[in-house]
Unconditional design. Structure first.
Length: 299
């Protein structure tokens, strides 16, 4: 009888610990990339399931930009990036499960969009930002899209026509992080999203203060990336001014040297992490995610 009682007591203790762990699991917010949606079972749906499997009791919210999956996918091409960020900010503030803070994982363009959330929307607090293939200095090259997408073809035509034309800047998502190294002045003047969050025109001190509230800012680059041009944008680098061949690193950039976003200070404190995957854009295994992201930054 005593042995049975001791066993029951142990089970109660283990059960209590389990419940505490479940309750204390930091929620996770996911933002998908171009051409994807919140709930695709082969992409975000799979990531969501993996996180829920690996982290006991975790609440995972995969962002839907629109009222359904079709709108969500279309809005990744045709909705103003600033409007998307404003919409998500409202969604996060109204989600009671996030009020004590959350971790964020952005995939491809979702990476820079979630960084904009960290800078512009500090409530609820973002704890860790994981950017997987995000283009933090933008792109200068028209990406390919999965399948034969008519929207992709339309976007390509618009970007070829002129990324900094007002109508295109306001209505083509990819134009809003288009960064022309051959015409930096035009980029800084007319980019309505990227030039703003990268403090290219004027310094917004709240952007810097809010970003520095992160515990960790993790950037994942795909070393064999054929979609993002240049791929070093995934580590906050880019093409040198006037060149489409030579690149610079984050530490060589004005953003870092002048510490416009507080990244230099964050780096000195060990808050910046640069990881890489030996594969093409967003080709990432569950094992890699578990070992390098989930176990290190999300648990």
């Amino acid at each position: 009888m005593k042995k049975l009682w001791n066993t029951l007591c142990l089970l109660i203790i283990v059960s209590t610990i389990y419940k505490v762990e479940s309750k204390d699991a930091t929620p996770i917010v996911l933002w998908h990339g171009m051409g994807d949606s919140c709930c695709n079972p082969l992409s975000m749906g799979s990531i969501k399931s993996l996180l829920e499997k690996q982290i006991t009791g975790v609440y995972v919210r995969s962002l839907e930009i629109g009222s359904n999956v079709i709108e969500d996918t279309e809005n990744g091409f045709l909705m103003n990036a600033n409007d998307q960020v404003d919409l998500v900010c409202k969604k996060l503030k109204s989600d009671k499960k996030l009020e004590n803070g959350y971790n964020a994982m952005g995939f491809s363009q979702g990476g820079q969009f979630l960084r904009a959330i960290a800078q512009r929307c500090p409530t609820p607090p973002m704890k860790n930002l994981i950017s997987i293939g995000g283009q933090h200095q933008g792109v200068y090259g028209i990406p390919h899209c999965p399948g034969k997408s008519s929207i992709c073809n339309y976007v390509r035509k618009m970007l070829n026509y002129g990324a900094y034309v007002s109508f295109i800047q306001n209505h083509i998502t990819q134009a809003e992080y288009w960064h022309d190294p051959l015409n930096e002045d035009e980029y800084k003047k007319y980019s309505i999203f990227l030039a703003d969050i990268n403090q290219e025109r004027k310094i917004n001190e709240s952007y810097k203060e809010n970003l520095q509230k992160l515990n960790n800012f993790v950037m994942v680059m795909f070393n064999k990336d054929t979609m993002v041009q240049p791929k070093i944008s995934e580590w906050f680098g880019f093409y040198k001014r006037g060149s489409v061949n030579e690149t610079f690193t984050l530490k060589e950039s004005d953003i870092y040297i002048q510490d416009k976003l507080g990244l230099k200070e964050m780096d000195n404190k060990g808050q910046l992490h640069f990881l890489s995957v030996e594969d093409d854009h967003l080709r990432i295994s569950d094992t890699w995610l578990i070992n390098n992201i989930i176990d290190k930054f999300l648990i």
